[in-house]
Design a protein around this ligand. Structure first.
Ligand SMILES: Nc1ncnc2c1ncn2[C@@H]1O[C@H](COP(=O)(O)OP(=O)(O)OP(=O)(O)O)[C@@H](O)[C@H]1O
Ligand SMILES: N[C@@H](CCO)C(=O)O
Length: 321
């Protein structure tokens, strides 16, 4: 079989958790990274005994904070590319990867998920699409460790992921969460990074029954609030006791930015993913003032930020061959 030799994959940024949906809810945003894969040689056909990685890769990166992304074999998009070839028992082709970034790194906007999804989808396409979208999704979740960024990055929209018991592997149920068109996601992206690993280290390993009940109730209300666009529900729903109380201290200016957003009638403000980006949800009428207030509040704390009113991406990872 001769594979297509060039494929380009555009992958949206994502905002995970949305307050109470820690590690299970996320939404794709209209901000994108692009990954272009060009085979430098045709890929070899099924050859389980030739599975050593060739190590032949050339990576170039352009766009936002391009110099911060590794261009050697440890690059996450390339590692994900290799993972798919390993999974299908085929030798990966030598490849050139051109990455163009618009999603800032380590800010809580799913940059790592874009690299994982980009690498897996690109490899699958170059290999002639041997894996279904569900199989690609399962590999992506395994690589990232949790589903809330990679699932919406792959599928688009706002998604809730839950596991079902299965014999030898985790069986995922993915549910789309309708997002009312009046609700605008506003991201305030500060000029400092916070790695997901660091933001997960500060979390407890056990929680009280009261906190578990609190988040269960708020997560249910969040789903209905997003669907209906009801402000009274969203104002209550965007509260969390699983991760935000422990992470706020890692984000200087958190209280001031939240207060500024709420004064301008945002429904609520949460940490986007593992932070440090802060996400406010507001009615489209109030969104412009909320955005200005969040930027001003952070500036008063001596922190530069970029604040953007975005929309929900409904397409997910998009392939151009
Ligand atoms: N386009 C990319 N190509 C290769 N590697 C990337 C790319 N984008 C991100 N990464 C890798 O992912 C790391 C950031 O991952 P991390 O999980 O800390 O942040 P995030 O994914 O931006 O945030 P969050 O998971 O909270 O949304 C980077 O330091 C880099 O190693
Ligand atoms: N649910 C994850 C998202 C970031 O990868 C977290 O909050 O740690």
């Amino acid at each position: 079989m001769l594979d297509a030799s060039t494929v380009s994959v555009t992958v949206p940024a994502t905002t995970a958790n949305l307050g109470p949906g820690f590690d299970c809810i996320g939404a794709a945003l209209t901000l994108y990274n692009e990954f272009k894969f060009s085979c430098l040689e045709p890929s070899l056909s099924l050859a389980p005994n030739l599975r050593e990685e060739t190590g032949q890769v050339k990576i170039t990166v352009t766009g936002v904070e391009a110099d911060r992304v590794k261009t050697d074999e440890s690059n996450l998009a390339y590692q994900s590319f290799l993972k798919l070839y390993r999974h299908i028992d085929r030798t990966p082709p030598a490849v050139e990867i051109q990455i163009n970034l618009d999603v800032p790194l380590a800010r809580g906007l799913g940059s790592s998920a874009t690299a994982i999804v980009g690498g897996l989808v690109g490899a699958n396409q170059l290999a002639g699409a041997p894996l279904s979208q569900t199989e690609v999704m399962e590999l992506a979740i395994a690589l990232e460790g949790h589903p809330d960024n990679v699932v919406p990055a792959l599928l688009g929209g706002c998604r809730l992921a839950a596991t079902a018991a299965a014999e030898n592997k985790i069986d995922w149920q993915i549910c789309d969460v309708p997002w009312h068109s009046d609700i605008v996601p506003i991201v305030a992206i500060p000029d400092f990074e916070l790695s997901t690993a660091e933001a997960r280290r500060v979390l407890p390993t056990e929680y009280s029954r009261a906190d578990a009940i609190f988040n269960t109730a708020h997560c249910g209300l969040l789903v209905r609030g997003l669907e209906s666009g009801r402000g009274d529900w969203l104002r209550v729903a965007l509260q969390d006791r699983i991760h935000q109380p422990y992470r706020q201290a890692l984000i200087p200016g958190y209280d001031a930015v939240r207060e500024a957003a709420l004064v301008k009638k945002a429904y609520g403000m949460v940490i986007s993913g593992a932070g440090p980006t802060l996400l406010a949800l507001a009615n489209f009428v109030d969104a412009p003032e909320v955005a200005v207030a969040m930027a001003a509040a952070w500036q008063q704390e001596g922190i530069e930020s970029q604040v953007r009113s975005l929309s929900i991406d409904v397409r997910g990872a998009k392939i151009d061959s």
